[in-house]
Ligand binder design. Structure first.
Ligand code: K7E
Ligand code: CUA
Length: 765
């Protein structure tokens, strides 16, 4: 069978496969399967609520913290299928994150501290950008508890664009949360420490150790945090915890919990009880209530002082100007969550069975009247708790975090100790339903459940322990995200999803239709700056530039070759390879790896990325594409030849090729190509006979096939030129390349044809 015949057979089987699958489906009944797999009706119902048929998409996308992995995970609801890991605080090889020069600039800077490299990230709380308190699908932020820093991810390509290091905190937890229009991103301290970097003995804890909240200014047009326009307010050395921004009537205020307001400093080895005893002795801790709009005014008026180059508004100024107030809250609290209407604030104390709902109106009334029950040791006014409580509700043991439902007054709260999730009414203060989870729920996430318009429908329990839920894989267990149907009065557990990464503390879910990511980059984009890459090339302008000690390659990749295919350098040279992916086709990513050199790029369509390395050892190093991109992916290869310093080419004669071709070979190849063209023409004939222009994915495929056919034309002309000169070697090889482009065009054409047949394309006249 010659090659064009094979294509014809492919064409025939493409439509036959659909029929074969349909007949296999009817062999077993639903009852048969339920019996075989031991499923009951409830299981099947749960399956029907989560199962997402092949080719169908999810209603919501989740961005989950990847915990110690320093990454963000993306998965769909209700299918719970993982779609992506986003490299943030750690290298991610597949995406080339931390390997290409462009992302290294971000990660190297963002993970260097005092001359050390931090090679993990204790990521905690992702936050989506908001417009008027609703998710807008533009940006994602996430914090690192251990090395206080915040990252910005652009949701046009799901890539990390910026990491900003906190100049004054030594650990943090209460971030990231955004103000209703994403003007600011909050990052609150956790364990108190001196805000300067000096050593201060623990004996001076009360005097010299401090907490703080940082308000990072976000420039939406640039898509970047502006450190120079950001500020912090100094806080007493209580262990600040989770935070939330006010909204609606409480816009302009922010709320930050604390534990260990006892200011206990531990010391088991000094014969003292451990931190856990000393930090939970009191019945209440403090909710910090901050007028951040006022703090911003003070910052702009130059009322702050600089610590490590960053402006901090000190406690005395905050107290004097009415920026900071404290309210007692029971006991070792964790979550603080403002209601969608911005009127109430829910706080849960881990060691109290109650969840407390505070009224923002009542807080403001006390502030305006100047009615305080006292001051803390740092002069911060304390508001009497009873005077500002809206409700206290007994939900269960170990309440932690609260999210809101689409129905007014309905909230969900995680109960860590009880391993339960409570659905309750925060207006009336009564429990509506409870469900057991497995096990020890930490955060929970309702759909857009921390916005002004929650979507309801589902809740995910982010559990701290999985214990016996999955097949055992050793003492380190997977994490367990449990999907719960929340569309009815009674909640129903639907699905357990194991996550094999670090502890994913928190996650946020957004309606999938709000996300509009790129299919491809504009030609030659540096994805990290989102600008045209200065080293990008168009087809035909690839080149190698040499300076003493330096070699710079301006190359390209497209199915199925890398240009250049031979890179010759001298031992000791610093080599930079810039590669532009010239593809316009969806999903045609190429990779680039060089033997033994830790060079690894991911080149999505349109992207330009670079790798700089030292060619420090003479030798022969193959390079190749790491993504199975086409039938001739394995042939997408080349050689880095590192010549010894004193090397002189001994053999200048033309290298002998493995095979010598004749006119007969050439003529045979051309005949096969002409036959192949007929097959392609028939596919093109079919596509243009139907309403393919109504199907955007097909339009893109047709554009791509047209590209390939144009390349085929170019190769055909070259082969004919050589044939005229009777250079059969080059004529034959270019005729083969002409055929390779035809194969790619045919492959794309088939994809288009199959798509049209499956989507009911109609004949046009
Ligand atoms: Cu695990 Cu938000 Cu860090 Cu709660 S956090 S559980
Ligand atoms: Cu490109 Cu494989």
């Amino acid at each position: 069978m010659n090659r064009s015949m094979k294509l014809a057979t492919l064409l025939a089987t493409a439509s036959f496969g659909v029929l074969a699958a349909a007949s296999a489906w009817s062999a077993e009944s639903l009852q048969d399967v339920m019996k075989r797999r031991g499923l009951n009706e409830k299981d099947v119902l749960a399956a029907a609520k989560t199962y997402t048929p092949t080719g169908k998409r999810d209603e919501f996308l989740v961005f989950s913290s990847g915990g110690q992995s320093g990454q963000v995970l993306v998965y769909g609801i209700p299918s719970m299928r993982i779609l992506k890991y986003i490299g943030v605080f750690t290298p991610e090889p597949w995406q080339g994150y931390g390997y290409d020069d462009e992302s290294k600039r971000i990660l190297d800077e963002g993970s260097s501290i005092d001359g050390r490299k931090v090679l993990f990230g204790d990521t905690h709380h992702p936050a989506l950008s908001e417009t008027d308190g609703d998710y807008d699908g533009q940006y994602l932020f996430i914090n690192d508890k251990n090395f206080p820093r915040v990252a910005v991810i652009d949701l046009r390509d799901f890539e990390t664009k910026q990491i900003v290091k906190n100049p004054i905190l030594k650990s943090e937890h209460g971030g990231t949360f955004v103000s209703p229009n994403t003007d600011y991103i909050i990052e609150a301290a956790q364990y108190p420490a001196p805000l300067e970097d000096d050593f201060v003995p623990l004996e001076q804890f009360n005097e010299k150790y401090r907490g703080a909240v940082t308000y990072w200014r976000f420039n939406r047009e640039k898509g970047r945090i502006e450190p120079e326009n950001s500020f912090s307010i100094e806080l007493p050395p209580y262990s600040q915890d989770l935070s939330d921004f006010g909204k609606g009537p409480s816009d302009g205020w922010s709320f930050t919990n604390s534990f260990c307001s006892e200011r206990y400093v531990g010391g088991i080895e000094r014969g003292r009880p451990p931190f856990e005893a000393g930090c939970s002795a009191k019945d209440t801790d403090f909710l910090h209530v901050v007028n951040w709009k006022k703090a911003e005014e003070l910052f702009k008026a130059g009322k702050g002082k600089k610590i490590n180059g960053h402006v901090v508004i000190d406690l005395a100024t905050s107290v004097k100007e009415g920026v900071l107030f404290l309210i007692p809250e029971p006991k070792s609290p964790h979550g603080v969550d403002v209601t969608p209407d911005g009127k109430l604030i829910t706080v849960s104390g881990k060691l109290d069975s109650h969840t407390t709902v505070y009224s923002f109106d009542k807080i403001m009334a006390q502030v305006k009247a100047g009615k305080f029950s006292g001051k803390d040791e740092y002069g911060v006014p304390i508001i009497d708790m009873a005077s500002v409580v809206h409700k206290q509700v007994e939900l269960g043991l170990g309440p932690l975090h609260t999210q809101y439902d689409a129905k007014p007054c309905v909230a969900y709260t995680s109960l860590y100790v009880d391993s339960m999730l409570a659905k309750w009414d925060y207006c009336e203060g009564k429990v509506l339903d409870k469900i057991s989870i497995h096990y020890n729920i930490g955060h929970l996430m309702a759909m857009e459940g921390d916005t002004v318009h929650p979507k309801g429908k589902y809740v995910v329990a982010l559990n701290k322990l999985a214990i016996d839920r999955f097949n055992p894989v050793g003492p380190l267990h997977p994490q367990n995200h449990q999907l719960i149907d929340a569309s009815n009065d009674k909640m129903q557990l639907l699905y357990d999803m194991p996550l094999p990464l670090g502890e994913p503390h928190y996650a946020v879910a957004i309606s999938a239709d709000k996300l509009k990511p790129h299919i491809r980059y504009p030609h030659g984009t540096d994805s990290r700056t989102e600008e045209k890459h200065p080293a990008s090339v168009r087809a035909g302008s690839e080149r190698i530039e040499r300076k003493p000690g330096k070699v710079e390659v301006f190359g390209s990749v497209i199915r199925s070759h890398i240009t250049p295919e031979i890179i010759e350098v001298t031992e000791g040279d610093e080599v930079t390879v810039h590669l532009t992916n010239l593809e316009r086709a969806q999903d045609e990513t190429h990779g680039f790896a060089v033997s033994k050199h830790n060079v690894n790029l991911s080149l999505e369509p349109g992207k330009t990325a670079s790798a700089t390395f030292k060619a420090n050892k003479a030798g022969v190093y193959p390079y190749y594409c790491t993504e199975f991109c086409s039938a001739l992916h394995l042939e997408m290869e080349g050689y880095l030849l590192v010549q010894p310093a004193n090397y002189k080419a001994a053999e200048t004669a033309k290298a002998k090729e493995g095979v010598a071709y004749t006119q007969k070979d050439y003529d045979g190849r051309v005949k096969a190509n002409v036959d192949t063209q007929k097959v392609i023409d028939s596919v093109v004939g079919y596509i243009t006979s139907v309403n393919y222009k109504d199907f955007p994915p097909v339009v893109a495929l047709v554009e791509d096939a047209t590209d390939q056919l144009n390349f085929a034309k170019g190769a055909k002309e070259k082969s004919e030129d050589f044939a005229k000169k009777a250079d059969w070697q080059n004529a034959m090889l270019w005729a083969e390349q002409w055929f390779q482009y035809q194969v790619k065009a045919a492959d794309i054409g088939l994809r288009a044809k199959t798509y049209l047949e499956q989507h009911g394309a109609k004949k046009v006249q």
